[in-house]
Design a protein around this ligand. Sequence first.
Ligand SMILES: [Zn+2]
Length: 263
Amino acid sequence: MNKLTIYSSIALTALLLATGCSDTKSTKHSESEGHHAKHWGYTADVGPSHWSELNEKFNMCSQGKQQSPINVVATSDIELPALNLAYTTGSKSIIDNGHTVQVNITDGSVLKIDGADYKLKQFHFHTPSENNINGKSFPLEAHFVHATDDGKLAVVAVMFKEGAENKTLAKIWKKLPTLKANEGKEQKCGLTSDEVKSLMPTNKDYYKFTGSLTTPPCSEQVKWHVYKTPLTVSKEQASAFTALFGHPNNRPIQDTNKRKIEE
Ligand SMILES: [Zn+2]
């Protein structure tokens, strides 16, 4: 797929914004899934190998040639410029949407790419990591999801290796029991912009490649940026997240199909 259709842009935007403040209904049925679609998930007959069978709009999950996640191995060293991130806002809300825990961000934080404003919409988590780096999996991966007004997507990914407890995660994790009890409903989160930024490493080296959403509809042309340096998460923090859902929430590694991966 070389170009997002207007329809899929709208569907994507609906997906991204389905957790807006005024929306307290369950987000398990995202707008893109339609009324007769089955839920997608991570296990059994709704798991990743079945996603494309659940809804014709999920076609790319099996037909795409630039799918995510991947095993990230650099193919060209071009001294990438630092990411132009200006995170100036904190959390708007937090939600357990049935697939992950997602922190929605107040408008105003931006990642600039080639002169275009990719606005930070939300970040969320996967256990274990979805992407691997040089064949290595991590206990946790955070995805910072950005979108332009016309629906182009960019993700910044941060890996967490096992180690000391992460203080910002601890603040978020305190909400986990309340979130599960109120699945699909937004709660207050109370993260400052500094706390959001604390979830990114000091060393800003990263990998850059083109990929997809790692969840249905698996839309492509997503600009991926994966920081090389992991933060730490305690064993207890990682397992508390997995326990919340009762299963891992990582899509299996997809074929790179000889994609260019810059560092
Ligand atoms: Zn994700």
